[in-house]
Design a protein around this ligand. Sequence first.
Ligand SMILES: Nc1ncnc2c1ncn2[C@@H]1O[C@H](COP(=O)(O)OP(=O)(O)OP(=O)(O)O)[C@@H](O)[C@H]1O
Ligand SMILES: [Mg+2]
Ligand SMILES: [Zn+2]
Length: 508
Amino acid sequence: MDRAGALEVVLPTIHPSEPWECSGRWQAYGPEMMRLTDRQGREFCLGPTAEELMTITVSRTAPSYRDLPVNAYQIQTKFRDEIRPRFGLLRAREFRMMDAYSFHADEGDLSRTYEAMHNAYLEISRRCSLETRVVEASTGLIGGKESHEFMVTSEIGEDVLVFCPSCDYGANCELEKHRPGRGFGGEGRPLEEVSTPDMVSIEDVAGFLGTAPESVLKCVLYVVAGEALAVFVAGYREVTEAKLAMALGTDDFHVMRDDEREMFPAITPGFTGPVGLSGVRMLFDEEVKGARGLVTGANKVDYHYRGAEEGRDFTAEPAADVAGAIEGDLCPTCEGELKMARGIEIGHIFKLGLKYSEPLAAMFTDRDGQPKPMVMGTYGIGTSRMLQTVVEQHHDDGGIRWPKAVAPLGAQMIIIATEGGGQPEAAEVAERELAERGIEVLVDDRDVSPGIKFNDADLVGLPVQLIIGKKLPASGNVELKMRYTGERRDVPVGEAATAIERALEEAP
Ligand SMILES: Nc1ncnc2c1ncn2[C@@H]1O[C@H](COP(=O)(O)OP(=O)(O)OP(=O)(O)O)[C@@H](O)[C@H]1O
Ligand SMILES: [Mg+2]
Ligand SMILES: [Zn+2]
């Protein structure tokens, strides 16, 4: 962070409501914000993030263009009243974040800091031995210019990323761009109504009609502000609701529930198609344009059309990119085939522009002596979430395998004392010698069985284990175990500290 030009500060954890009211987020943040009232009845929140506080803090220094850029960060506890806290540190209500905020005279200067922070985050995740992919991220309905997420692929990840193995394209599935990899529709043919008794699912209809599932047009029914909306996508795709929200300009919608169906008599659930449908709002995925030979609902119970053709039998208007990618789609920037993976978001960087500086009147004095709002960036990396992500990527059946950069201590010493064997004394010497080398150890001198000690040492997962046990009196040797590889070696007790130091150098 220092090399990226950021200065460390600490802001309060309890924020007054006023700046949040100015930015509009006192209302907009909703129930995720934990609110409290002091003895005078003034309102506060437990800071979920600190754009507002940092903006007023920096603007009070009344900067001129000469003082900019300013980039300030803190490592501070955050509180968010998450709906579904889960996976321990991955989604907690109280967590730690290293959050930074940058202030600039213009967009070009913001871009330089944005890139420096992007590189710093990649370097941080590399040092923590995390394999990280940077993907384009949604700036949401709130807007903002550009945003990237730092994703660690993991099966338990809550996000889905789409990426190209042939180039560096990657995006959150909420805003991914794809080029269809397989043709949608079939041969052109006349429109024909066919009886499809009880056939509602894509597979049933395609199987019954003996057509490929590629030719079925899927309809997903939504309710948008009390009105029905029929969304049409290729039968092998799903609607991406984040894209739908962007297309509709609102996220106030939901999939039509069974009990809502009778409110919309124009709709025949399970048999809805765009041919001859009237009185219902429609939205088409762009892939539907120009498609022929489609199987669609005939807006009549137990009937479908076969051979429907866009442009001839219906018009795919309005159309938007609302369908999700599938593996095998083509990359938007090269000829590669897209892949998908689940990911844990560990960091997020965002070009904010004037979103906070305008409402909070965070001005600087420009060259011409005029006050202008500062252009801002915001950056957050989850220091507590990262710890758990490291554990997700670095463990085996026995427990954690800490990479040394994030291991809480360098080594664990397991003492298995035998009658008059001198193990506790040897351990004390080794501990002192290690301390002189700046290596802190966890000493397990509990009065429990060796088996428990070995298992617990694997579970805790420090990079190196030093076992001072029954070999000592006979051979003068102690045993070193590398947690990462499981490799064991005997070393003379007098060389234990040096051996551990060297083992730590080799450890990942
Ligand atoms: N509830 C939480 N528990 C632990 N870490 C979190 C939590 N919420 C956010 N973070 C961390 O803080 C970073 C920056 O916060 P940001 O506001 O961008 O997260 P977010 O978009 O709300 O994350 P998510 O989509 O997972 O809720 C995230 O990338 C993540 O590492
Ligand atoms: Mg969140
Ligand atoms: Zn590509």
